[in-house]
Write a protein that binds this ligand. Structure first.
Ligand SMILES: Cc1ncc(COP(=O)(O)O)c(C=O)c1O
Length: 454
């Protein structure tokens, strides 16, 4: 029998709706069904779908030139994009290395960090340590740094054991402590890990400023990143902020790390950089790092055929100009407050909603059984939410909840930064139906203890 599709999808046996077009926060399938893109795809389509300005920039650049190779020519679009990013980024993060995906960006960041120390004559600093609750990408280097247990498992024999410390997750503190009496024990754990591994072996520490898919928009307590910065400085370790999901205005600031006024040594961006109009990502490094490499070998050992191609660069540039023109970072901040308020109302209504958290338009909802305990994984509660929402015409993004990455349910609500209040209300109306349905099923299955079906 002929299969319906020969594209390898995340679930080989599952058919998916065929999308014909999109406009604003909406996607439409070939049967005419409308979906609200409540999570911007994979937290990517941050200016919404079908934006004419981007299409025009795309066509113009394609007419001029689509591709030149980075070792043979420079091109204006990539030059302008690097300048634009240096203006958006904090401190002296002024140099962009362009790649095609978030995974390549974090892996490139890892290589730049290791090379930086080598160029200074320090050859032992080769590890980039990370937190257990994290996702930095699917290629082997990026996966080595990722604590996402489910994504690591099959390949663990090939991966370095780089996740070393607990996440700053106050709702379910992995260290069983409470803020502020914990005195930031999670940051202290980083210091202890560095002492154990030996700073002479560590090139950098990588973290998602707000933990995305592997935690469900986990925001650390006040002072955490300042303490991380102090520890990295004290032990001469580069701090890499992975802003692939949180960057480019998503959280209501240019970059999530800006909420804490901390300047990393290297930052990665992807997803919202092109808002999904083309594959492009970047590792952004400080003047100090690039000057050191420039006065040494003068060549960073990384890169891809399509790195810094003019077509993708011009599209990303047009996306950033669109973000600026319509003040969408500010909109993300204001609408994020409203979205959080409306999700918190759902939390008050549904015992299954344990926690609502996030910043700007990156909001996470953690789902819990009795007494804030995680559901058994094989109940697939997150999946029930995703499927029920999809059926009702709303897309939300699955995330891992729980402190250890081995259990726990959560999902992300992360609509395009263009969203308006009335559109958020529509998302909430659908989510209310979804939560009611899934909570009812959990009660029927005896997963919610004392809570009775109404
Ligand atoms: C924080 C973070 N880093 C890196 C990646 C990997 O990006 P990509 O899927 O574009 O390779 C992701 C993807 O979800 C991410 O959320």
């Amino acid at each position: 029998m002929e299969p319906k599709s020969r594209v390898i999808k995340p679930h080989l046996l599952k058919d998916l709706p065929m999308i014909s077009h999109g406009k604003g926060i909406y996607l439409y399938d070939t049967n005419g069904k409308q979906y609200i893109d409540g999570c911007s795809g994979a937290v990517t389509a941050s200016i919404g779908h079908g934006v004419d300005e981007i299409v025009q920039a795309m066509v113009q650049q394609a007419k001029n030139v689509s591709f030149v190779y980075r070792s043979q020519f420079k091109n204006q679009a990539a030059e302008d994009l690097a300048v634009k990013l240096s203006k958006w980024a904090p401190g002296d993060l002024n140099w962009s290395f362009f790649v095609n995906s978030g995974s390549e960006a974090t892996e490139t960041a890892m290589k730049i960090a290791i090379q930086y120390w080598q160029e200074r004559g320090i050859r032992g600093k080769n590890k980039v340590i990370s937190r257990w609750m994290s996702y930095h990408g699917i290629t082997l280097g990026a996966l080595s740094m990722s604590g996402h247990v489910l994504r690591r498992k099959r390949f663990s024999a090939l991966l370095d054991q780089l996740p070393s410390v607990s996440a700053p997750h106050c709702y379910k503190c992995p260290l069983n402590q409470t803020f502020p009496s914990c005195e930031l024990a999670c940051a202290k754990e980083l210091e202890i890990a560095i002492q154990r591994i030996g700073p002479e072996n560590i090139a950098g520490f990588i973290a998602e400023p707000i933990i995305g898919a592997s935690g469900g928009a986990v925001v650390p307590p006040a002072g955490y990143y300042q303490e991380v910065r102090r520890i990295c400085d004290q032990y001469e370790i580069l701090f890499i902020a992975d802003e692939v999901m949180t960057g480019m205005g998503r959280t209501g600031a240019n970059f999530a790390i800006d909420h804490w006024g901390v300047v990393p040594d290297i930052m990665t961006v992807g997803k919202g950089l092109s808002a999904g109009y083309t594959p492009i990502a970047a590792a952004i490094a400080t003047d100090g790092i690039i000057e050191t490499i420039a006065s040494g070998s003068a060549s960073i050992m990384a890169g891809h055929t399509f790195s810094a191609n003019p077509l993708s660069a011009s599209i990303a540039l047009a996306v950033i100009e669109y973000l600026e023109k319509y003040d969408l970072v500010l909109n993300a901040k204001h609408q994020g407050v409203y979205l959080n308020k409306r999700l918190t109302e759902l939390q008050q209504k549904f015992p299954i909603v344990g926690d609502v958290r996030g910043k700007g338009l990156l909001q996470g909802v953690e789902l819990v059984a009795d007494h804030h305990q995680p559901f058994p994984l094989d109940e697939g509660v997150t999946n029930q939410i995703i499927e029920s929402a999809m059926e009702k015409g709303l897309i939300v993004y699955p995330a891992v909840g729980g402190p250890h990455g081995t259990s726990g349910d959560a999902f992300l609500v992360a609509p395009p930064l263009t969203i308006r209040k009335e559109e958020i209300d529509k998302i909430i109306d659908i989510l209310e139906e979804v939560l009611s349905e899934v909570q009812f099923a959990c009660i029927q299955n005896g997963l919610l203890g004392d809570i009775q079906a109404g």
